[in-house]
Write a protein of this length. Structure first.
Length: 77
C-alpha cells in the first residue's frame, strides 16, 4: 500500500474532486490518497462520490478550517 498527497488548498468544488479522481486512476487497489483542502464542501462532495463508487473515506479537520480527506482505493473483485 502506498500513500500519496494532493494539495487542493484554495481550490473550490469541483476541482479537488476532479483532481482526486484523476490521481486515483493511477493508483493501485488499497492505496490511500490524502487530499488537503480548506473548503468544507470538498469533504462533502468527496464523501458522496466515494459512497457511489465504493471508496473508503475518512475526513479529519487538522486545523480550524483545514481538512485532510483520506480516500482509499477499493480492492478489485
Amino acid at each position: 500500500m502506498s500513500v500519496r498527497e494532493l494539495d487542493c488548498l484554495c481550490e473550490i468544488c469541483p476541482v479537488p474532486l476532479i483532481k482526486a479522481m484523476k490521481e486515483l486512476k493511477t493508483m493501485e487497489p488499497g492505496d490511500v490518497l490524502i487530499l488537503h483542502s480548506d473548503h468544507s464542501c470538498v469533504a462533502i462532495d468527496v464523501k458522496k462520490w466515494a459512497a457511489k463508487n465504493k471508496y473508503s473515506v475518512e475526513v479529519v479537520e487538522v486545523d480550524d478550517g483545514e481538512w485532510e480527506v483520506y480516500i482509499q482505493k477499493p480492492n478489485e473483485k
